[in-house]
Design a protein around this ligand. Structure first.
Ligand code: C2E
Ligand code: MG
Ligand code: MG
Length: 389
């Protein structure tokens, strides 16, 4: 096996390939000259120490090249080991199953760019309750909208409102940097109130312009804990002239649903008023089957970790297809988020997913760019709803 790989690498034009028969020997080699090697192809099964032990030691060593994993143990083990190493210094180019396959090895090596520049590191920002409240007062929130389209027809089904902070010093800040802080200090109430007000007004404007689509707004668990949340949302919709049937509230459960029944009560009341309810990032965190059982969700939004690359991935594809089966049997709409490639899109067509969202279709954008996006989507759409490739 070792010899076969070496010969393959030679014939692909890699001039220097060193083979060693054990983890101990490989570590000695790396210790002597950590900078001399660019890529380690590592079989997880090795004499003496096992592959995980070996890689954990390399992870702490001065070696700064990349790793390709190799195993006869099957995909799921390789996948787990890859995950295990993700947080560390070692960069894993990918994993290969035995017997060795030339095309797969070549594809992984193509990901190896010796002198790729590293992205500049943005300092992690943290915000105080005062800063967050000031942002509301000074009207520094901005909404961007990301399209959701029907997979079968390619038709625009709706938009999701995503908040950004137009900060006077730091520029445009994304929600992952401040939503958590807003939840912790209670400022999330005002933030969501503003988002709902703004998004509903936009929905009404679009409808007046002849664009009849749905609007999705993200609400956090903290919002749902407020006993009067449902009442306020109903009142907001009424005042804006938007019909609840055209509004979906996307709930991400980043933290455990408390023992209090307040969130459940909010959700069921909103559903009684005909708002759509979506379980966002399904399959991650606490966004789980138990929530699906206990809350009358109308939409299942499967996390992008089960969408991207699913067409050729024998682990995540069954999970995606299984989620679709669950959604169909519960009478829910399945949305695949994070669609980034044509391959992702075509898989959704093959399995008959309902809605799709992602950079491949359209990025979140300010409202004044929507018209342009609609034009360009109209041009691309016919090519994407033909027979899948
Ligand atoms: P989310 O609701 O799951 O939204 C999807 C996130 O993924 C958005 O990030 C979107 O820009 C990004 N995304 C969309 N398509 C793709 C893709 O093809 N590839 C990749 N890699 N990413 C994609 P964003 O806007 O930074 O929002 C992050 C999260 O912040 C949202 O996740 C949502 O949970 C939260 N959030 C956004 N707006 C609000 C809001 O108004 N209120 C609350 N409570 N939370 C919000
Ligand atoms: Mg969402
Ligand atoms: Mg999501």
């Amino acid at each position: 096996m070792l010899r076969m790989h070496c010969e393959m690498l030679h014939s692909m034009g890699y001039p220097v390939v060193v083979q060693v028969g054990s983890g101990v020997a490989a570590l000695e080699l790396l210790q002597r000259a950590p900078e001399a090697h660019d890529v380690i192809v590592c079989d997880l099964n090795m004499p003496g120490m096992d592959g995980i032990e070996f890689l954990q030691i390399v992870n702490k060593s001065k070696y700064c090249g990349k790793v390709i994993l190799l195993s006869g143990e099957g995909l799921r083990i390789l996948h787990t080991v890859q995950k295990l190493l993700e947080g560390g210094r070692l960069i894993v180019l990918g994993a290969l199953q035995k017997p060795p396959q030339r095309a797969a090895l070549r594809a992984l090596l193509e990901r190896w760019q010796p002198q790729a520049p590293s992205a500049p590191v943005k300092p992690a920002l943290s915000f105080s309750p005062q800063e967050l409240r000031a942002a509301t007062r000074h009207r520094q929130w901005v909404l961007h909208y990301q399209p959701k389209v029907e997979v079968r027809t390619g038709e625009l089904a709706g938009m999701e409102a995503l908040i950004r902070w137009q900060h006077p010093v730091y520029g445009l800040i994304y929600p992952d940097a401040f939503i958590g802080a807003a939840e912790d200090c209670g400022a999330i109430d005002e933030v969501t109130q503003w988002v709902l007000f703004e998004a509903l007004a936009q929905l009404v404007r679009w409808r007046e312009q002849g664009l009849s689509i749905q609007m999705a707004v993200n609400v956090s668990m903290e919002n749902l804990r407020a006993p009067d949340f449902a009442t306020r949302v109903v009142a907001l919709a009424r005042a804006s002239g938007a019909s609840p049937q055209n509004v979906t509230l996307e709930v991400t459960e980043s933290r455990l649903m408390s023992t209090s029944s307040a969130p459940l009560e909010s959700l069921v009341r909103l559903r009684l008023h005909r708002f759509g309810l979506s379980i966002d990032d399904f399959g991650t965190g606490h966004s789980s089957l138990a929530q699906l059982r206990d809350v009358p969700f109308t939409e299942l939004k499967v996390d992008r970790g089960f969408v991207q690359g699913a067409r050729h991935n024998q682990i995540i594809r069954p999970i995606l297809e299984g989620s679709l089966g669950i959604a169909k049997r519960l009478g829910m709409t399945l949305v695949a988020e994070g669609v980034e490639t044509e391959d992702d899109w075509h898989l959704l067509r093959e399995i008959d997913c309902d809605l799709a969202q992602g950079y491949f279709i359209g990025r979140p954008m300010p409202v004044n760019q929507i018209g342009q996006w609609i034009e360009s989507w109209r041009a691309r759409r016919p090519g994407l709803i033909g027979p899948s490739r």
